[in-house]
Design a protein around this ligand. Structure first.
Ligand SMILES: Cc1cc2nc3c(=O)[nH]c(=O)nc-3n(C[C@H](O)[C@H](O)[C@H](O)COP(=O)(O)OP(=O)(O)OC[C@H]3O[C@@H](n4cnc5c(N)ncnc54)[C@H](O)[C@@H]3O)c2cc1C
Length: 1021
């Protein structure tokens, strides 16, 4: 055995001996909590329900509500829940006035186990006790998510107050070890940067740093005066780079350059951790003053992996627990090797990680008084005591705050303590032997993990069902697996990375250089120009012309229809595989030109960076998804297995499709409709919106490069009222795919119903129109989520998404609490030119839209109460201030008509019945949402809300191809679902071919499920 491993084992065993000397249960409090933990470790489903219940409990005010929730969460006790729970639920039903308070008390006590006090005065008593045990402290303030600058200011004030109080109360406290005390001030405050700025956006670190710097400097100054230590905690990965950058920026400033009492956290579960730590050390050396690093494994593993899986991107964290452990050890060594510049704190409850740190320190000759171990309040008491007894410096991380804001923290701790992978569970609940627990984590790393979680499950499923799996595991045809499951969406660009921020900045510069470029029509494979050029201007700076589109007139429209008609005869017989490959190539080009296309959208329609990127991602997804779907639908399929007859169901294209798209998703929607039409064998005339001609022209270029044959896709820009109407009415046009306003949509619907002389087909119309989308907020909703998602849904892209939230329906019980936070949160939004990163609200599309929205605001002022309107706006551009109306009644115009701008109506209702009635009481049914933590109410809303897309506890915008097939009904649309498995069917006519296979009474036994014979020409083998 290697000497280091021997040393680690010796030290580990010593810690275990000391731990066993003071037997104590895993957690400092037994009883209710202990029992729940035991049950949770036994039963995953119980654990999920329990943690959800714990999270909602503090927000429930009445005993009856508590009991209702208890029943809803644990109602099917016969179906697997422990008998104890069933008894508890029955008792609670019988004696709600006793059991609800008892329950609340028990959960409060559980929270108190991890929360050191409600306020600074409260916490002092705890700290005194710890002092007697020679344990130091770092105090953290728990709070709700900060959604406004008012809340961020409050937080900053709480930190300052805490600092003063702690210093006063501890002024005579000495260092527990009495040596190297100057490295470790007694007062130590842990700060979370997300608490100090509400508008943090990973794409805009400079903005965050400027705001955070302003908030932090007074606190740092005060800490320095008082001789205290400030530590920056590390939160989720999105904030990591900003936190590191902020730390280096502020502590490089003249005022703080020589101050050694600043620390930051490195999370060993991150793949970036080694690079970040070395970079910090280099920075520290250049700065020339000591600083500190708290090494942790990381508290957001579940969150990071879930988020990455949702985005189909690589998680930033290691996927095997021993990898995190091994990295923790590697970083431990890096810290000790650089002890001359960095003071290390090892924050872990894992005896192996702790023993390893001790052994390496010993090997490198570092005195135990020059680093510390940090552990969480309420956990692993015996380990803390053991470390103190061994002569190490120990500091406890003590969160303070009220129960409600403490819930997120509590749930994180509960998850950690019951995690299958966790050390504490292994040691204290499962009694894994010391030898096992002290093994070198590097030996435990499995060579490779193929995919994680649901992706892997989906793959297995697709495989089981006889699907064809591509080398990357997805985007291949599977005949029976749900299409969403075998489809891999393109990940969104992460603007967390400087590299990606730089690419976007450079794309914006490049696109700007091309301002004024002219774009032709594209008909029958030729570039076509006319005498009329239409300028496309930037909504943020209307004096800037992004480019010119060629204006088509009737002659060009006629030429386009002819070209499409002529091309149809060949294209319709082109094998579907070839057509699908065209889309795959287009997707690859979209991906290659992703930043450039996003930049064009930023200028032409004023999308924020991430919104523009999401649009390009959607276009990529549409191409790949429809290609995959065509492969699924393309082959003639047997209808029924009967002897003597075979019947095959298959599809033909409809003919010439006219695609009319809006400007709000200028590439995605145009691309989606055109791609669906092309891949199904139709030929297409594609008309972009007049406000987004350049985006349309870019898309045409992409298809041209992808090799679309002449006449299959034609590009016609111009006035809708001229060419639009002409092509819709044309006898040679068989299908119209439209997305846009209700007014135009209904006209198309009507006009397409008229059969003209010479017309071959009944025109098929795919019509997606607007919405008047509502979100209902239940009495028990999580307000952090409610505010965050409502704001994003209502004001993201200036409220110009057809899915945007425009009616927020609040139950009266919650009304004041929501409004109290909603208005300051709206007031904090960053309004500006979206060319700048991190802007939430930009200008609306053009002057007519600007005027129309202002008119609605005037109507709103007369009908309802103006609850909030932003005051400061950029001097140029079509900026509409984010506006909120309250006292809105369902019959008011602002509650009924689509405004398509950053205007939100708030309606107050008595209860959920009324909320549903109001939500459903419009002409539209596009998107709708509900915030609630009541399982019964959620079920009810899922069943009854009239919307094509219903979203629970999330934003009502941002549908993802394959995952959230998108589209509404009533006056929102004809009931089609873009990005769904049945979408392509609207572009096809079904045929059935039946053959009698009996000859003189003899019939073949079996008929194949699929036949390719009558696809002409036959697909390649
Ligand atoms: C004093 C103190 C301060 C802290 N401050 C922060 C902070 O600022 N930011 C922060 O994020 N965390 C912080 N933590 C939380 C800390 O990250 C967790 O408590 C810690 O990860 C638990 O690790 P452990 O070594 O005690 O236990 P162990 O049981 O050895 O490790 C559990 C950890 O392993 C990792 N893990 C679990 N499963 C896997 C897997 N499948 N693949 C890869 N890794 C996995 C996770 O990080 C998990 O938390 C702090 C902890 C302490 C004690």
């Amino acid at each position: 055995m290697a000497p280091l491993q021997r040393e680690i084992e010796q030290r580990g065993r010593r810690i275990f001996e000391l731990v066993d000397k003071y037997p104590e249960s895993l957690f400092s409090k037994a009883g209710f909590y202990q029992r729940l933990m035991t049950l949770s470790m036994r039963d995953e489903r119980f654990k999920t329900q329990l943690f959800r219940f714990v999270a909602v409990l503090p927000s429930l005010r009445r005993s009856s509500e508590i009991i209702q929730h208890l029943e809803q969460y644990f109602s099917d006790t016969n179906n697997g829940f422990h008998a104890l729970v069933g008894t508890g639920v029955r008792l609670a039903r019988l004696f709600p006035w006793i059991s609800a308070p008892v329950l609340r008390w028990n959960v409060s006590e559980t929270a108190r186990q991890f929360i050191a006090g409600r306020n600074p005065d409260d916490v002092i008593a705890t700290l005194r006790k710890r002092r007697a045990q020679k344990i130091g402290f770092t105090v953290d303030v728990l709070g709700e998510a900060v959604v406004s600058e008012a809340e961020a200011d409050e937080y900053a004030a709480r930190y300052a107050d805490l600092l003063d109080k702690l210093t006063r109360e501890t002024k005579n406290w000495a260092d527990p070890l009495g040596i190297n005390a100057e490295l470790f001030p007694v007062v130590n405050l842990s700060v979370k940067i997300s608490a100090l700025y509400s508008q943090m956006n990973p794409a805009a670190p400079a903005d965050a740093i400027a705001h955070l710097g302003t908030k932090l400097r007074p606190l740092l100054r005060r800490a320095r005066e008082l001789g205290a230590f400030i530590n920056f905690d590390m939160e989720s990965y999105t904030l990591k780079n900003t936190t590191l950058e902020l730390f280096k920026t502020v502590f490089s400033e003249e005022e703080f350059k020589d101050w050694p009492h600043a620390g930051i956290v490195i999370q060993a579960y991150l793949r970036d951790a080694d690079r970040d730590l070395r970079d910090l050390i280099d920075w520290g050396r250049a700065r020339g003053t000591r600083f500190a690093v708290r090494l942790v494994k990381g508290a957001y593993w579940d969150y990071e992996t879930t988020k990455s899986r949702q985005n189909e991107s690589n998680p930033p964290v290691f996927l095997q627990k021993p990898e995190s452990d091994a990295n923790f050890e590697a970083l431990t060594r890096v810290l000790f090797e650089n002890e001359s510049i960095v003071a290390a704190a090892f924050a872990s409850h894992n005896v192996r990680s702790i023993a390893h740190a001790q052994a390496v320190a010993d090997e490198l000759g570092i005195d135990p008084s020059r680093f510390e171990f940090q552990l969480l309040y309420g956990m692993a008491g015996p380990i803390k005591r053991a470390l103190v007894e061994m002569g190490y410096r120990v500091r406890e991380y003590c969160p303070i705050g009220k129960l409600l804001p403490g819930m997120a923290y509590l749930v994180r701790r509960l998850l950690e303590n019951t995690s299958n992978e966790g050390f504490l569970r292994a040691r204290f609940a499962e009694n894994v032997p010391a030898k096992e627990l002290l093994r070198d984590p590097r030996e435990l790393i499995r060579p490779a993990v193929a995919g994680i979680g649901s992706s892997a499950a989906a793959l297995a499923k697709a495989g089981d069902l006889g699907g064809v799996i591509s080398s990357d595991g997805k985007n291949a045809t599977s005949l029976r697996a749900p299409p969403g499951d075998i489809f891999k969406n393109a990940p969104l660009v992460s603007f967390i990375y400087k590299d990606n921020q730089d690419k976007m900045q450079s794309a914006l510069r490049e696109v700007r250089k091309r301002f004024g470029e002219k774009h032709p029509l594209y008909i029958g494979g030729e570039k076509v120009w006319t005498d009329n050029l239409t300028p496309s201007v930037s909504p943020a700076e209307p004096s800037e012309i992004v480019g010119y589109g060629t204006e088509a007139g009737i002659p060009e429209a006629e030429r386009a229809v002819k070209a499409a008609r002529a091309a149809f005869e060949t294209w319709r017989w082109t094998p579907f595989e070839e057509r699908a490959r065209l889309l795959d190539r287009a997707a690859d080009i979209l991906e290659r030109r992703r930043y450039e296309l996003s930049a064009v959208e930023v200028f032409e329609v004023a999308k924020a960076w991430s919104e523009a990127d999401a649009d390009i991602r959607e276009a990529i997804d549409f191409c790949r998804f429809y290609a995959q779907q065509m492969r699924r639908l393309g082959r003639p399929k047997l209808t029924q297995q009967v002897p003597g007859e075979e019947s095959y169901h298959h599809y033909w294209p409809r003919g010439v499709a006219f695609v009319i798209a809006p400007w709000n998703f200028p590439i995605a929607i145009l691309c989606g409709m055109a791609a669906a039409a092309v891949v199904t064998g139709n030929t297409v005339i594609m008309k972009p919106s007049e406000q987004s001609i350049i985006c349309g022209a870019m898309l045409m270029q992409i298809f041209e490069e992808a090799g679309v044959p002449a006449g299959v896709l034609n590009f016609l820009s111009g006035h809708g009222s001229v060419i639009g109407a002409y092509v819709v009415d044309h006898k040679d046009v068989d299908l119209i795919a439209f997305t846009g306003s209700r007014e135009v949509g209904l006209k198309i619907w009507e006009s397409a119903g008229i059969t003209r002389p010479g017309q071959r087909e009944l025109k098929r119309v795919i019509c997606e129109m607007g919405g008047k989308n509502a979100m209902i907020v239940d009495a028990d909703a999580d307000l952090d989520e409610t505010i965050m998602y409502s704001i994003y849904s209502a004001f993201g892209f200036q409220g110009q998404k057809c899915s945007a939230l425009s009616r927020l329906i609040l139950l009266e019980e919650n009304y004041d609490r929501v409004m109290e936070r909603l208005i300051p949160a709206t007031a904090s939004l960053r309004v500006g030119n979206p060319e700048q990163p991190g802007i939430m609200v930009g200008p609306v599309i053009d002057e007519p839209a600007y005027r129309r929205i202002l008119e609605y605001i005037e109507i709103g002022k007369k009908e309802a109460t103006l609850a909030y309107q932003a005051k400061e706006l950029p001097p140029h551009g079509y900026f509409i201030p984010p506006t909120i109306f309250s006292d809105v009644k369902p019959d008011m115009r602002i509650a009924r008509e689509e405004i398509f701008g950053p205007v939100l109506s708030v309606l107050k209702v008595r209860d959920l019945d009324e909320a549903l009635e109001v939500a459903n009481g419009t002409d539209y049914a596009l998107t709708g949402g509900f915030f609630s933590r009541s399982p019964d109410n959620i079920e009810r809303v899922k069943a009854r809300l009239e919307a094509g897309n219903v979203y629970i506890n999330r934003s009502c915008t941002g549908a993802i191809v394959g995952r959230h097939p998108f589209g509404g009904f009533k006056m929102s649309g004809s009931g089609t679902k873009a990005g769904g498995e049945d979408y392509l069917l609207h572009f096809l006519v079904p045929r059935v071919v039946t053959e009698n296979t009996t000859r003189h009474g003899f019939a073949p036994e079996q008929t194949p499920e699929y036949r390719d014979e009558f696809l002409w020409p036959k697909p390649e083998p």
